[in-house]
Design a protein. Structure first.
Length: 400
């Protein structure tokens, strides 16, 4: 496959996650009212999806190492499209949550395979740059997602925003069917044996490079998820923005993330992975601390949330490509399993944070600001310590 085709496929596969989470966020308050649900139940439409997304990767990963990336993508994307249609038609919050769980589990196949494909095709040093290009495509889709969701919700109701996910899933499935070629050069025939699985998981979790990069990716995503899970209620219900205005706020956040991935590609040739992450750690800490300090001082305007979080999102655009590719780099023969474990750890953090937000949202901006502040401090600590110590470039051997 040509590099441009690889980037397009990576963008669609990685982009399915922000499309699934961001596009329906402007409709979340209206959806909650129409279905007569509570705020904790509304939070479950996001946190339960992400828990299923993370957990399913532990299954998809070894399956893709055994059978290849293409069949897993086909099954996963087909299931995602069907679950998206079913969630659109759900008559109750309980059924919506159930179908979102199925949707999240199917989504795990797409994102896990995307990370594994990078390791199949590229050396670790090249992988961070290619992952950055794929995540730039993700950023473009994320830019479109929330404004489109707000527009569809305003014009046609919240179910139209959910139906857009089915359209995206069908388009991605068509791209894989028509253009994707298998990237796994040598299938691991032992990948699904219990003894092999245990040995593989033990080797992955015992690798300090994997743990350092996975901790960073999980902390960075924890900060983003805190914003995603609470921002629609804060901006719409607390600060009084319309759904379309909120969509534009989310567009600006996604644009900053997209800019961050571009900055990442500029930093890597000059400073390398570890120094680039250290620089981004300064941005994370500055943004989170400003957001928390302004809220603590009683400054509650929209700009007091948006401007500091721009810095956080710029840094997020550096942390994610570097940490995701870095975590998988040491495992050329079990890239699927390593990708799965990395994804699971990120989503476990997101589920925990979503559960906390569901019980602590109090009609103010404070749960959002305190959460982002906490994650920004943790990101900086990881970026300046364990990543510097254990984030050595992985072996330059090609995967197989």
């Amino acid at each position: 496959m040509a590099p441009t085709l690889v980037v397009l496929i990576l963008s669609m596969l990685l982009g399915i996650q922000p499309v699934t989470t961001d596009l329906y966020l402007p409709a979340l308050p209206a959806l909650t009212r129409d279905l007569g649900a509570s705020m904790p139940a509304a939070q479950l439409t996001l946190s339960a999806l992400l828990l299923a997304f993370g957990t399913s990767q532990l299954i998809w990963g070894p399956l893709s190492d055994r059978f290849g990336r293409r069949p897993i993508l086909l099954w996963g994307l087909a299931a995602y499209t069907l679950a998206s249609i079913a969630s659109t038609l759900a008559p109750s919050m309980a059924l919506l949550i159930a179908w979102r769980v199925v949707q999240g589990a199917a989504m795990g196949a797409a994102v896990m395979c995307a990370r594994a494909i990078v390791r199949d095709l590229y050396l670790p040093s090249e992988g961070a740059r290619m992952m950055s290009r794929g995540l730039s495509g993700l950023g473009v889709l994320a830019c479109v997602g929330a404004p489109l969701g707000g527009l569809l919700s305003d014009l046609f109701g919240w179910r139209a925003a959910l139906m857009a996910l089915a359209v995206f899933g069908a388009c991605t499935l068509a791209l894989v069917v028509l253009r994707f070629e298998e990237t796994l050069r040598q299938k691991n025939l032992q990948a699904l044996r219990p003894a092999t699985l245990l040995r593989t998981w033990r080797g992955i979790l015992g690798n300090p490079t994997f743990m350092a990069f996975s901790a960073l990716s999980a902390a960075s995503y924890g900060g983003l998820f805190t914003f995603l899970a609470s921002s629609s209620f804060v901006f719409i219900n607390v600060l009084g923005l319309t759904k379309t205005q909120y969509g534009l706020v989310m567009f600006s956040m996604s644009f900053c993330y997209l800019a961050g991935t571009v900055v990442c590609r500029r930093l890597l040739p000059r400073f390398g992975v570890r120094k680039s992450i250290a620089v981004a750690g300064c941005l994370s800490l500055t943004g989170g601390t400003l957001m928390g300090a302004l809220a603590w001082a009683g400054v509650r305007g929209t700009w007091a949330l948006v401007l500091p979080f721009y810095l956080f999102m710029l840094a997020h655009g550096v942390h994610q490509p570097c940490s995701q590719s870095g975590a998988i780099g040491p495992f050329p023969k079990s890239a699927g399993a390593a990708s799965a474990m990395n994804g699971f750890l990120m989503m476990a953090v997101a589920f925990g944070m979503g559960s906390w937000l569901g019980t602590h949202m109090d009609g103010t901006v404070l749960p959002l600001t305190r959460g982002v502040w906490f994650w920004s401090v943790l990101i900086a600590a990881l970026a300046w310590s364990v990543v510097q110590k254990h984030g050595e470039p992985a072996s330059e051997m090609r995967g197989g």
